[in-house]
Write a protein that binds this ligand. Structure first.
Ligand code: PEP
Length: 250
């Protein structure tokens, strides 16, 4: 059985005042749910210190594939680990769009993350035009084929998290039907099983895109949904705790 994970992507939101929100999120921990908060890089070390010993893990939002070097503004996987991170979001559609990140780059970032001891939360998902053109499954499995690195089958379940995030559902309040989520998550599981065999059953598959306390239970009831990657509703502990509670009960 995959672990249940509620991951929060804070994007470019939050400063020192947001540390109080972390305290409230720590208090919102619920049985059987791993909580991962991915704040801006400026908060990682402070949040990791503050969350040490709690049920909340801290993650980065991207990393460079190189360990060090002349890459102004970038941060390496080892630097994230040094700051106290245990996870890193890779391939988020905003990184793909704003920074033209390719699947090949995301694969290299994932390899660097694994080598540094980070768990990648690797994002895939179709645009609205791709869904309308009925190529969603081809797009998502193509992204997986190109971006997911080779993993040792016996540790695959512990090393990787995959997040299905339809681009058109992120920050829009629009959510796919449960049948659409089930279809894509089933295809992701099948793709991973082709590559990693039985270990694919242990890789947590998260759904992301406008998850709120009010729709979380319905989404978590879908087959092969092991949690959520949450943007807006992860910023306030009052909202995120509702999602964590729904996942705990699922
Ligand atoms: C995200 O950015 O990963 C996300 C899912 O955002 P939201 O929950 O706000 O749609």
């Amino acid at each position: 059985m995959p672990r249940k994970i509620a991951a929060g992507n804070w994007k470019m939101h939050g400063d020192g005042a947001a540390l109080a929100e972390l305290d409230a999120l720590i208090a919102a921990a619920a049985p059987g749910v791993e909580i991962v908060i991915c704040p801006p890089a400026t908060l990682i070390a402070r949040m990791a210190d503050r969350a040490r010993g709690s049920a909340v893990a801290i993650g980065g939002q991207t990393c460079h594939h190189a360990a060090t070097g002349a890459h102004t503004g970038d941060i390496s996987a080892a630097m994230l680990v040094d700051a106290g991170a245990t996870h890193v979001i890779l391939g988020h559609s905003e990184r793909r769009a704003d920074h033209a990140e390719s699947d090949a780059q995301i694969r290299a970032q994932a390899q660097a993350s694994l080598a540094a001891g980070l768990i990648p939360i690797l994002c895939v998902g179709e645009t609205e035009a791709e869904r309308d053109a009925d190529v969603t499954l081809a797009v998502v499995t193509g992204q997986l084929a190109a971006a997911v690195p080779d993993l040792a089958p016996d540790t695959a379940g512990a090393s990787l998290v995959v997040a299905y995030e339809p681009v058109w559902a992120i920050g829009t309040g629009r959510v796919p039907t449960t049948a659409q989520i089930a279809e894509v998550h089933g295809a992701i599981r099948a793709h991973l099983a082709d590559r990693f065999g039985a270990a694919a059953q242990d890789i947590p598959l998260l759904y992301g895109g406008s998850v709120k306390p009010g729709n979380a239970a319905e989404i978590f009831a879908v087959a092969n949904v092991d949690g959520a990657l949450v943007g807006g509703a992860s910023l306030k502990a009052t909202d995120f705790s509702g999602i964590i509670g729904a996942l705990s009960a699922a």
